[in-house]
Design a protein around this ligand. Structure first.
Ligand SMILES: [Zn+2]
Length: 382
């Protein structure tokens, strides 16, 4: 992983490179953002850059002994901590899973927590970073670095540090041994202890820029620009999501189809014809079931997609065609649908969609949240 392999995120890359050039590298950083925004690839690219003996103004060299070892994730001064699952009552630390971790990250640095849990056969068990890990971390960092200038400890999914582990690490986060660097990566800061957060320099990892996503999708998969555009929109700046669409080939129709079906049902369920009303209601229930079974991340992406489409329809409604970015199918649907999105309902519709997004994100029950949302929108779309 080089900086050039990290999709987009140019501002953070520049900030990190500057910190090295100005010799002001923070000793404890937190990369905060959803996994698919690229916190992990950024951290690995930065660790490589930092220890490269022949770096340029923009990236590591790729040939020096440090670069060669980081290419295989076997550098003795680059350490990883990540969630693992307990086997019986035995304690497990990250090192016991290191070969699987290396393989998974080398294959896909935009790894999601779900994919990682699958890799280690966690099934329904909760992954965690347990107390024994903190002892391991401290003992590793007390040893002098082997061959590099910096020792780097990357903690992936730092929100999984449980309270005893986190408490044990507070002191070392605050005063790490010289030339030691912590990079914590997390997507949910509200699950982290304030005492940890206050010791970190926080780098918000935002949605990936659309142009960078589009270019990378086309480069990797040879899809049409229109399809790439659709995937970019559906994955809302999340490269892991884009990869999932590409591998399933589902980007073509899925969200658009759900959205159109939902909006049409909002109408037909209010029909004066009783039997039509009843069949629409049954159909809505099936749609709710389908949507709530997509899984948390996909539901969130569907909601982002819906918000985007509603916004574009408002622009159409206001006669701002030149600002609208829809593909041909969406355009055809929206030419009629936009009549129903106007200043009297658009704010409430977007608020309902955003609220559902927040509830899904904070672990609300998918079926309850989606049922509520689908029913509320029936009253708003008219
Ligand atoms: Zn190098």
């Amino acid at each position: 992983m080089f900086f050039r392999d990290v999709v987009g995120q140019e501002r953070i890359k520049a900030r990190l490179i500057h910190s090295v050039r100005d010799q002001r590298v923070p000793h404890a950083m937190l990369f905060l953002g959803p996994e698919g925004h690229g916190g992990l690839p950024l951290a690995i690219a930065f660790a490589r850059y930092l220890n490269c003996s022949n770096r340029t103004d923009s990236d590591a060299c790729g040939h020096c002994p440090s670069c060669l070892k980081i290419s295989k994730l076997v550098h003795p001064d680059l350490h990883f901590v990540f969630p693992v699952v307990k086997v019986g009552s035995k304690d497990v630390v990250s090192d016991m899973r290191l070969p699987a971790w290396r393989e998974a990250v080398l294959k896909n640095p935009y790894l999601t927590s779900e994919q990682w849990m699958e890799c280690i056969g966690a099934e329904n068990k909760q992954g965690g970073i347990f107390k024994e890990e903190s002892e391991k971390i401290i003992s590793k960092l007390l040893v002098k670095s082997f061959e590099s200038e910096y020792k780097v400890m990357i903690v992936w999914m730092a929100e999984k540090l449980n309270v005893p582990t986190a408490n044990k690490l507070l002191k070392i986060f605050e005063e790490p041994p010289e030339k030691t660097l912590f990079i914590l990566i997390a997507s949910a800061s509200e699950q982290m202890l304030p005492t940890i957060l206050s010791r970190m320099q926080i780098f918000l990892v935002p949605q990936i820029e659309e142009d960078a996503m589009r270019e990378e999708i086309i480069r990797r998969n040879n899809v049409s620009p229109e399809m790439a555009g659709r995937i970019v929109k559906m994955s809302a700046g999340d490269f892991s999501a884009a990869l999932a669409y590409l591998s399933e080939g589902s980007a073509d129709t899925e969200f658009y189809d759900y959205f159109v079906r939902w909006m049409r049902l909002c109408w037909s369920v209010r029909s004066v014809n009783k039997s039509r009303q009843m069949s629409s209601m049954l159909e809505l229930i099936r749609l709710i079931e389908k949507l709530s079974s997509l899984g948390r991340e996909r539901i969130k992406q569907f909601l982002s997609y819906s918000i985007g489409l509603i916004r574009e329809n408002l622009l159409l409604h206001c006669g701002k065609e030149e600002l609208v970015r829809l593909d041909s199918r969406e355009q055809e649907f929206s030419s009629k649908f936009s009549a129903y999105i106007h200043q009297d309902n658009v704010f409430q519709i977007i608020e309902e969609l955003s609220l559902a997004y927040e509830h899904i994100e904070s672990n609300g029950n998918e079926k309850i949240v989606m049922t509520d949302l689908v029913l509320r929108l029936i009253r708003l779309i008219k």
